[in-house]
Design a protein around this ligand. Structure first.
Ligand code: AMP
Ligand code: ZN
Ligand code: FE
Ligand code: FE
Length: 287
């Protein structure tokens, strides 16, 4: 079976591998296609697409938008986005500015909690790309303030935690629209991080379908069989595209392996990408 991974991060956001290193790893683990989906940025896509062409592996240009949502976390993946579409590019700049405003405030909160951490240290571990919370967690771990990345999140950085600082986000509808503006398909990522039970997810997805949602991330590192089944049923009910990915972040999420998830729980068939592409062609070329 040809296997793929449609959800990965590079140093352009909070992954630890550069785009080229990620593509090489994908080849090494035997994948035939890779979706590159950095948070709120397309800065890694040029390098990823170029390396993919050079090495003979398909790279699907993507993004992962952080949307406004309570009680949990909503991320909307975009696939086959056109990185240089002007309105898309401008809105991404706004989201990146919101991050740059937030990050020093996280440093202030960590300092007030007694941790000696500077913005320069955090930027340094981000590898030149955009800074995200895993980069703060990494510095806390490296300095011995916590014993794992998870501890840094659970005790300090998680939503509502003592070092958490909110940032401007697009609404779910605006996130979907932004992806469509870039001629991409909008896919709800890891539906179980929304903080809803299965009926809650079902109701929300029905709403999002009304707002133009194109697909659902069914296969995911943190999904057991029951979660996978719930998502698969929901996608079928609404005629949504089915996607899957590991959410690989390199050493920033060491338990997650590219293409194979947590303890080998993932094996995503290439057919999903072909179906996604068909849906995309119909959407961008309605005839
Ligand atoms: P940011 O976009 O800077 O707010 O950071 C979001 C990133 O933090 C995501 O990629 C998640 O993988 C990671 N993250 C968020 N919450 C947690 C958590 N509770 N434990 C571990 N990682 C988390
Ligand atoms: Zn991330
Ligand atoms: Fe996500
Ligand atoms: Fe992700």
């Amino acid at each position: 079976m040809d296997r793929i991974d449609l959800h990965t991060h590079t140093t352009a956001s909070d992954g630890t591998l550069r785009p080229t290193e990620l593509i090489k790893l994908a080849l090494n683990v035997g994948l035939t296609a890779l979706g590159v989906t950095d948070h709120d940025t397309v800065d890694g896509l040029d390098e990823a697409l170029r390396t993919g062409r050079d090495l003979g592996i398909e790279v699907v240009p993507g993004i992962e938008i952080s949307a406004e949502f309570k009680p949990g976390t909503m991320h909307v993946l975009g696939y086959f986005v056109q990185p240089d579409e002007p309105v898309f590019a401008e809105k991404l700049r706004v989201l990146q500015e919101a991050r740059r405003t937030r990050n020093p405030r996280i440093v202030e909160k960590l300092n007030a909690l007694g941790f000696e951490i500077t913005m320069e240290e955090v930027a340094a571990v981000a590898g030149g790309g955009q800074v995200g919370r895993p980069n703060f967690a990494r510095v806390m771990l490296d300095k011995g303030y916590v014993t794992s990345m998870d501890e840094a999140f659970d005790r300090y950085l998680t939503k509502g935690g003592p070092a958490y600082v909110d940032k401007f986000r697009l609404s779910p509808a605006d996130s979907i629209e932004l992806i469509h503006q870039a001629r991409g398909l909008a896919v709800l990522a890891h539906p179980f991080t929304l903080g809803l039970d299965a009926p809650g997810i079902q109701a929300l997805v029905a709403d999002l379908v009304g707002q133009g949602l194109d697909g659902l991330e069914v296969y995911y590192s943190e999904h057991d069989e029951s979660k996978t089944r719930t998502c698969l049923d929901l996608a079928a009910r609404h005629g949504l595209a089915v996607t899957g990915g590991s959410d690989f972040h390199g050493d920033n999420k060491p338990e997650v392996a590219l293409g194979s998830g947590i303890e080998g729980n993932l094996a995503i068939p290439r057919e999903l990408l072909e179906a996604l592409r068909r849906k995309w062609r119909e959407a961008v070329n309605p005839s």
